[in-house]
Design a protein around this ligand. Sequence first.
Ligand code: B12
Length: 507
Amino acid sequence: MKKAVNYLQPFMEKEKQDAGLEGQSFRGKVLMATVKGDVHDIGKNIVGVVLGCNNYEVIDLGVMCPCEKILEAAVKHSVDVIGLSGLITPSLDEMTYVAKEMQRLGMKTPLLIGGATTSAKHTAVRIAPHYQEPTVHVTDASRCVGVVESLCSKELKPKYVQDNVKLQDELRSSYEARQVKLVPYQEACAKSFATDWSSIRIDKPSFLGTKTLKNYSIEKIAKYIDWSPFFMAWELKGKYPKIFQDPYVGVEAKKLFDDASAMLFDCIASSTLTAQAVYGFWPAASLGDDVVLFTDESRSKELVRFHFLRQQWERKGQNDFRSLADYIAPIDSGRQDYLGAFVVTAGHGADEIAKEFESKHDDYSAIMVKAIADRLAEAFAELLHEQARLDWGYGIEEQLGSEQLINEEYRGIRPAPGYPACPDHTEKRILFELLDAPGQIGVSLTESFAMWPAASVSGFYFAHPHSRYFAVDRLTSDQVESYAKRKGMPIRDIERWLSPNLGYEPS
Ligand code: B12
């Protein structure tokens, strides 16, 4: 724990530690949990360390915590504050459910909301209205001590709560007043991204079906690591390697990097972290906003179908409303196109190593190993995309250095279900069946479509020469209705999974 403090020092009340308050009576009790269906805990664990070092007692329930378990523990331990964490959008819905349950049970404990997928606006609009006690969004670890201190103090609390209510009122008003013009779904379809299918270059992959890579060399993957987000995770802002020259965080960043490098070296030497991948290519054609995959080149039998969403938000200078389906040749174009898909993981082993560190009260190393596994997962996705471009043929012409790879200066994209171009996490079910990710590489999905182990990435490969990433953003009810029909799911379910994307209030 102590070691972690160095890196998080700017956010801590150093005086308290210097005064030797650590280990003495606690300033308050905080219960923390990653909500049901979600598997990520780096951010939550960092917050836990910061609070712990500031003499708050932290009861950490870990990941995938059902609401009942959280509320039972809160009552049992008479905690002062409950903190919920989540990385992916389905967790937002679960957080709203916890807030509603707290209200139903007449609880009085303040509720903190945190994690990469959360925002102050979402908390104000969708969570806080369901719980009459303080519900506060916390952006990052640097703020958590101030917030918890205010909520635990009789003197500070009334003003703090009043300010939070005022802020959330403002956020709700600005949300209601937002000026987003959405065109009707049919109009968006009519203005899709256009391709001259008679002349566009389409390459055929060198194999069809799947390939599995077991125990892939971590050493090779490590060369593809983008270190900048690693520093971000520890709240050190700056780009790698320039960050080492930064007058404020340079020295700490270098120490952190040296520790990470040493741990990575250990993991390689001891083979404790392992990396696996499964990927493949299929004959494919677009059919409206769906993409149909066929069993073979005869294209006579459908294998699976992916469903994509289309942009409807009218923006200045925008000529088209994109869907990922626009990047695949239509079924009646006379062209033979392909779609690729992948799941990679570098997470097998990470939890076991982290638990071992935790049992020795070395939270710093426990967080570090998970952060390294995440970097490896992302690096493996980059490496595999490069391999996929070679398999697809057009990648052979590429000559890119690591910086150009990080800047994605290559042909084709690898959007992931959950990312802005395809925000529906439920498509992972089809992806996982297609690739047999559980059977091939031991990666499974939770009820919220988070992947286990946590350090995993999944997605599609599109080779269209003009494909680029975009955000689908808000949707109208006509698109949601059509999408529900295409997926064969009740509208209500689709509205729940896509709730952050709805441009209307569901009935
Ligand atoms: C790194 C990263 C990853 C890593 C792992 C992340 C991890 N272990 O946490 C990898 C590469 C594995 C990954 C995978 C995926 N990711 Co990702 N990822 C990110 C990224 C770039 C940074 C997240 C991060 O680690 N931040 C650093 C940590 C320390 O910050 P943090 O978790 O937010 O925690 C801080 C605060 O939030 C707060 N906090 C957190 N919890 C709590 C709790 C309390 C009580 C309090 C007070 C505060 C608090 O304090 C923390 C410390 O400062 C974000 C984009 C972004 N910029 O946020 C996308 C993002 C989180 N990913 C996203 C998605 C979709 C995915 C995938 C589903 C994609 C896919 N199909 O493969 C998978 C899911 C993985 C899985 N297992 O299911 C989306 C999630 C939103 C959504 N649409 O669902 C994001 C937001 C990107 C986006 N713009 O769409 N991802």
